[in-house]
Design a binder for this molecule. Structure first.
Ligand code: GLA
Length: 396
């Protein structure tokens, strides 16, 4: 196999679908059978609750991965991305091997492998990837690729999997092929997201309620502050948090931490060691904050959820210990300069923070965060706005 480096984050305008199609034709000497796209996500609230069978409230964003795919008559797989000057990655659909996959290619290959595990005959194919989801920013760039690929293959193979099954297939790809022991939040947001809505997902039974979430009518913007601190959930931090949660559930005698309520925490503190207790307290209180956020959004709208976002960050910083100085600075500075609520989003140890900000304070928050990062000697952050966008779909 030939190696392919990771795609680079780019600020250039993404190619149009027609450009992508002609790029595919130039590279592979034929037209694709179709083009599919899937978005990255921002998690509004509910962090590290998904693998505890709890609640999450993410939304799909208007930054997407797109794949142009053409089925081949043989079993060859050819993968190419629009990024940088990297070559074609060629392999065979039989005997897919995670250790031979390089860079971003492990995501499409992982999805093919997971579909094979389900008895689905995956054909040889040519695939061209383009993505404008920033990499390593905690916005689920990898899941966006996986969800675009699973949507394409679901259609091209005639497998007809429901969204819930595609979610589980991409989770298996992440867990067992990529090697990141992640939950189901990101792919659920990417596959099941909807414009102007957050996805209220019960991770125990995968039931979804779309919750209206529009910032503009409330005079707000959702800022994303990408700290440029890169992270990987295949590193030990994520897995060790997951292990603490599993230990906590075992000691407390429940199937998952979902089954522990805030009122149970006092008793739990006497049963758990100090560290495990703090990990458990984060998950239990975070589940409760998700439910409160859903209620408040319905009764009072987005301007009412700031305190819950703040409390979520404090809990991740102090109890779950997955923040970092850059994320804390982004959150604190945003709050100090007008954001009504802010928190790190995603798995942590780097990535992005979100700051729910009145339109009139947006520039002030941006300036203050940039200045604070510069004063602290941190890399310049990338700051942009997001709004809930549509989930995965075929676009050509
Ligand atoms: C990553 C994982 C998700 C979830 C979050 C933390 O994004 O992919 O499954 O666990 O971290 O909430």
């Amino acid at each position: 196999m030939t190696a392919a480096p990771d795609p680079l984050t780019t600020t250039a305008a993404p190619p149009t679908t027609a450009e992508l199609t002609s790029r595919f034709e130039r590279a592979f000497g034929r037209l694709p059978d179709g083009v599919w796209q899937a978005p990255g996500r921002v998690n509004l609230i509910g962090e590290h609750t998904d693998y505890n069978e709890g609640f999450v409230l993410p939304f799909a964003i208007d930054k997407t991965a797109r794949v142009a795919v053409g089925v081949r008559a043989d079993s060859t797989i050819r993968l190419l991305s629009t990024y940088g000057d990297q070559g074609m990655f060629t392999t065979d659909v039989q005997g897919l091997d995670a250790s031979a996959a390089k860079g971003w290619t492990k995501y499409p290959l992982g999805v093919m492998w997971a579909l094979q595990q389900r008895g689905i005959a995956v054909p040889g194919l040519d695939l061209l990837l383009d993505s404008n989801v920033p990499l390593g920013a905690g916005l689920s760039s990898s899941h966006a690729i996986e969800c675009a690929v699973v949507s394409a293959l679901n259609e091209l193979t005639g497998a007809g999997l429901a969204a819930e099954e595609m979610v589980l297939a991409t989770q298996q790809a992440e867990n067992d092929f990529v090697g990141a022991p992640t939950g189901i939040m990101d792919q659920s947001a990417s596959l099941r997201g909807s414009k102007d809505h957050a996805v209220f997902l019960d991770c125990r039974d995968q039931s979804v309620r779309l919750v209206p979430f529009e910032t503009e009518p409330a005079g707000l913007v959702m800022l994303v502050i990408d700290t440029k601190v890169s992270h990987s959930h295949a590193d030990g931090g994520y897995a060790s948090r997951r292990a603490s949660c599993e230990l906590g559930a075992e000691v407390l005698g429940v199937k998952a931490l979902r089954d522990v309520q805030v009122a149970d925490l006092e008793e739990a503190s006497g049963l758990l060691d100090e560290l495990t207790f703090r990990r458990v307290r984060h998950v239990v209180t975070e589940n409760d904050r998700v439910l409160q956020t859903v209620d408040l959004l319905a009764s009072e709208g987005p301007a009412s959820i700031g305190a819950l976002l703040d409390a979520s960050h404090v809990s991740m910083r102090d109890d779950f210990e997955i923040s970092c100085p850059e994320l804390d600075l982004a959150v604190d500075t945003s709050r100090m300069h007008g954001a009504i609520g802010a928190r790190m989003t995603g798995g942590g140890f780097g990535g992005a923070a979100i700051a729910l900000t009145p339109v009139g304070s947006e520039q002030q928050v941006r300036n203050a965060v940039e200045q604070a990062f510069s004063d602290a000697g941190f890399k310049a952050p990338d700051i942009f706005t997001v709004a809930p966008a549509a989930g995965a779909m075929r676009i050509s």
